[in-house]
Design a protein around this ligand. Structure first.
Ligand SMILES: [Ca+2]
Ligand SMILES: [Ca+2]
Length: 244
């Protein structure tokens, strides 16, 4: 009976250490918070027998401090990650994480290969019932690896730097250490036409929820771990605009 109860618990306790951004010391830390905007600029691309539902994704940094990650080589195309959280009065804490960087190839058109965070975001499609209830996952995107960088400043504010602090992801496969991150008020956005920004919806009919989830494995420490999902309803076959 005990074993059955344990198996039914959600697999959320994956962090390497306790999250200081949810504990009593949180107010002395400039903790990051990641969010993801609902999928936008949705369109269909037909390719052979595939029907690719493409969408733009926007990972937003919305905490008191940046999401800053330091990778250290632990394999030919892999790095382990320490997260750096700055203190309100100066200095920082270093948090070991279960997250990993992968040297990821996105094709020559999009610039070749980059050090990206493995499983930073998931895109998934779930069936929506006539009562509006969202059901199980029916399809997922192949995209898992995602850079963190300051691409656009999408919300100005007191903690948000006016210029880029983390300009782009490193492309050198021989580095032993890289730093990447997204500053407060900035976004890392991938357009719908980018490598793997799609879910194959071939053969699906009806109403579905197109969900985007940032940090789905809960490897990164944030001040709010409950605002990491957004969704938009889509009717399939797609009619050119969202909604069921
Ligand atoms: Ca969050
Ligand atoms: Ca998290």
């Amino acid at each position: 009976m005990l074993a059955l109860i344990a198996l039914s618990l959600p697999a959320t306790a994956t962090a390497a250490v306790d999250n200081p951004c949810e504990g009593p010391e949180a107010k002395r830390l400039l903790c990051p918070n990641l969010r993801i905007a609902p999928p936008s600029e949705i369109y269909v691309e037909k390719l052979g027998g595939h029907v690719l539902l493409r969408a733009t994704s926007d990972v937003q940094s919305r905490g008191r401090g940046p999401m800053e990650l330091h990778g250290t080589r632990n394999g030919p195309r892999s790095m382990r990650i320490n997260q750096r959280v700055y203190r309100a009065g100066g200095g920082h804490v270093t948090l070991p994480t279960e997250a990993r960087l992968r040297f990821t190839t996105v094709g020559t058109y999009f610039g070749g290969s980059y050090w990206k965070v493995h499983q930073l975001a998931n895109f998934e499609l779930r069936r929506v019932g006539p009562d509006g209830a969202v059901g199980d996952v029916v399809r997922t995107s192949p995209k898992l690896n995602y850079c963190l960088r300051d691409l656009y400043r999408t919300r100005a504010g007191r903690h948000s730097p006016a210029g880029r602090v983390y300009p782009g992801c490193n492309q050198n496969p021989y580095r032993d250490h890289v730093r990447l991150g997204t500053s407060v008020g900035w976004s890392d956005i991938y357009p719908a036409a980018y490598h793997q920004q799609w879910i194959d919806v071939a053969g699906l009919r009806g109403c579905f929820a197109y969900r985007m989830i940032v940090d789905p494995q809960e490897h990164l420490f944030e001040s709010n771990e409950d605002d990491n999902m957004s969704q938009r309803l889509v009717h399939l076959p797609y009619r050119g605009e969202p909604g069921c």
